[in-house]
Design a binder for this molecule. Structure first.
Ligand code: ITT
Length: 215
């Protein structure tokens, strides 16, 4: 059985496939995303639906840009906001508000229909979102609840990277990459493997790859 990376986003696909080599193929399928203030429940629900559709082991990836001074906006709504306001206006709003500290977060969710040591069931923690939550707190928030009965087991892998919002620079990458600067370069100025080595997705993929190698 092969592993399917289920996403409609070619940018994600490029990064994941280059990271996981030939072990994975893309399935272009648009799973339903429940509305939630956190990425974890969205990714978990997506992995279950994707597994039911694919009938093979799947990973899905829910990601977003969290601007600290804007209470984590656009966060789980990053795709909607990209398609409505657009990346440049998000950058202007953040810079006008003097709110340039930000983080990208990525939650990878794996499901293969088999019982395994699943991640405890994530819940939506709207009341705990925002700038007062460190990346570590957010990552812990994914794992302190009990497994939902009757649900397919899902394993979550979280990655985050800090940065700041700047005027757009660079032509590579996708989405919010041109306005997200880390260590003096925007993600859109980095080569693909340079971004993968430090990015939220790269970090989540690295943890997943370690775990999957033993599976
Ligand atoms: P799928 O749900 O089909 O995987 P999507 O693009 O809708 O694709 P999300 O729901 O996870 O993905 O939305 C993520 C949003 O965050 C979307 O606007 C992306 O462009 C953006 N994003 C995610 N990862 C990013 C990255 O590494 N660099 C820049 N923007 C990113």
């Amino acid at each position: 059985m092969s592993l399917r990376y289920v996403t409609t986003n070619e940018g994600k696909t490029r990064e994941a496939l280059s990271y996981l080599d030939d072990d994975v193929t893309q399935l272009d399928y648009d799973y339903a995303e429940p509305q939630a203030d956190e990425l974890e429940p969205i990714a978990a629900a997506g992995a279950r639906e994707a597994y039911r559709v694919a009938g093979e082991p799947v990973i899905v990836d829910d990601a977003g840009l969290f601007i600290e001074g804007l209470d984590g906006f656009p966060g789980p709504y990053s795709a909607y906001v990209e398609h409505t306001l657009g990346v440049e206006r998000v950058g202007e709003i953040a810079r006008d508000a003097g709110a340039t500290r930000a983080a990208f977060r990525c939650v990878l969710a794996y499901c293969d229909g088999e019982p395994f040591a699943a991640t405890p069931e994530p819940v939506d923690r709207g009341e705990r979102r925002g700038q007062d939550l460190s990346a570590d707190d957010r990552d812990r928030a994914a794992t302190d609840d009990t497994v939902a009965e009757g649900e397919l087991p899902v394993k979550l892998f979280v990655g985050s990277v800090p940065g700041r919002i700047v005027e757009p620079r660079g032509d590579d990458g996708f989405g919010y990459d041109p306005i997200f600067e880390h260590d003096g370069q925007t993600f859109a100025e980095m080569a693909a493997d340079q971004k993968n080595a430090i990015s939220h997705r790269g970090r989540a993929l690295a943890t997943f790859a370690d775990w999957y190698a033993d599976r």
